[in-house]
Design a protein around this ligand. Structure first.
Ligand code: ZN
Length: 73
């Protein structure tokens, strides 16, 4: 059985399914729970951004993910 470890919460995901049970974000692999948390964290910030800028958005995701990874949750 294939497993993958989430870089943020360090939980193992069994039989990972890309974009369904785990996600590639930059050079990190994160589980569904962490992806949902990440989306939630950036949602309010994204809403206030006008005009929308994809590079800014990518950087925002990376910054928030880096924070989660260093916190270990
Ligand atoms: Zn996780």
């Amino acid at each position: 059985m294939q497993t993958i470890t989430c870089d943020a919460c360090k939980k193992k995901v069994d039989n990972p399914f890309t974009d369904r049970t785990f996600f590639h974000v930059g050079q990190h692999n994160i589980c569904e729970t962490c992806k949902v948390n990440l989306d939630e964290q950036i949602r309010s910030t994204v809403r206030t951004k006008d005009p929308f800028d994809y590079q800014w958005y990518s950087k925002l995701i990376m910054d928030n993910l880096a924070k989660s990874v260093s916190k270990g949750k």
